[in-house]
Design a protein around this ligand. Structure first.
Ligand SMILES: NC(=O)c1ccc[n+]([C@@H]2O[C@H](COP(=O)([O-])OP(=O)(O)OC[C@H]3O[C@@H](n4cnc5c(N)ncnc54)[C@H](OP(=O)(O)O)[C@@H]3O)[C@@H](O)[C@H]2O)c1
Length: 236
């Protein structure tokens, strides 16, 4: 599994999301993903999945890159520290590998960052960041400027049924989802965190990590699915 630098760690480019992760196979699916190298696990106090993640990673914590998020409404200096400690309890661990502010909220960002620094100094988190913070133009160049990585969530949202995605999948004897994942993590500093509730789905998604897209296929996909720069988006 291809790994990249993520703060102080090296992390697989494809991980596992847990938003709305439910059902009889959920813990098995997470464990299968871990077996297959999808050791970056994304949760949040909002999701109600931290206990489930604790169950899936039991006995394997050191292999896992564990990410959780503080709710904006909790993100005061004291509230962030408290929320983190509660997440650690639910996750049955002593540290998070990355802690994120889930989206911009009512409390001053400096207070949240001060709490993140305090948590890092206490070894309760190894790195921190933000989620759902937008920039005027493209996000990836801004991340590069700040030395941040970019984790793409909801990679299967609005997945095209046909078109170039399906054509490339046929050429590579792969699925559309595998091509989408390989395409999304083609650039340095990028990661993707699909969520799968079944063992079969997680196996398919893990296959996306080893898929090799040719330069020509990448160019075709980039032409077919161009990045929307914020200023180009319709305003109404
Ligand atoms: N920071 C944020 O604000 C934020 C926002 C959204 C998401 N996220 C994170 O990103 C993760 C992923 O995003 P997401 O959950 O919105 O959507 P997603 O990963 O794009 O798609 C999940 C959907 O795809 C299905 N699926 C997954 N693998 C499949 C496969 N191989 N074949 C067929 N269907 C498959 C899942 O079904 P099954 O469940 O039945 O497998 C589920 O219905 C979240 O779980 C969360 O951890 C973060």
């Amino acid at each position: 599994m291809l790994k990249r630098e993520f703060g102080p760690a090296r992390v697989p480019v494809i991980g596992q999301g847990t938003w709305r992760l439910r059902g009889p196979e959920a813990v098995d699916a997470l464990r299968t993903g871990i077996e297959l190298g999808l050791t970056h696990i994304d949760t949040a106090e909002l999701y109600g999945t931290e206990e489930m993640v604790a169950q899936a990673i039991e006995g394997r914590r050191d292999e896992i890159f564990l990410v959780s998020k503080v709710l904006p409404s909790n993100a005061t200096r004291e509230g962030t520290v408290r929320a983190c400690e509660q997440s650690l309890q639910r996750l049955r661990t002593d540290r998070l590998d990355c802690y994120l502010l889930h989206w911009p909220g009512p409390h001053p960002l400096e207070d949240t960052i001060a709490a993140f620094e305090e948590l890092r100094a206490a070894d309760k988190i190894r790195s921190y960041g933000v989620s759902n913070f937008d920039v005027e133009a493209r996000v990836l160049p801004a991340c590069r400027e700040f030395g941040a990585v970019l984790v793409g969530y909801s990679p299967f949202d609005n997945l095209p049924e046909g078109g170039e995605l399906a054509a490339v999948a046929v050429e590579l004897h792969a699925t559309r989802r595998q091509v989408a994942l390989a395409f999304l993590v083609r650039l340095p500093g990028t990661f993707a965190i699909p969520k799968a509730s079944t063992v079969e789905h997680v196996r398919e998604n893990a296959g996306g990590a080893s898929l090799k897209l040719t330069e020509r296929q990448i160019a075709r996909l980039e032409r077919a699915y161009p990045v929307h720069v914020r200023s180009e988006l319709p305003t109404s």
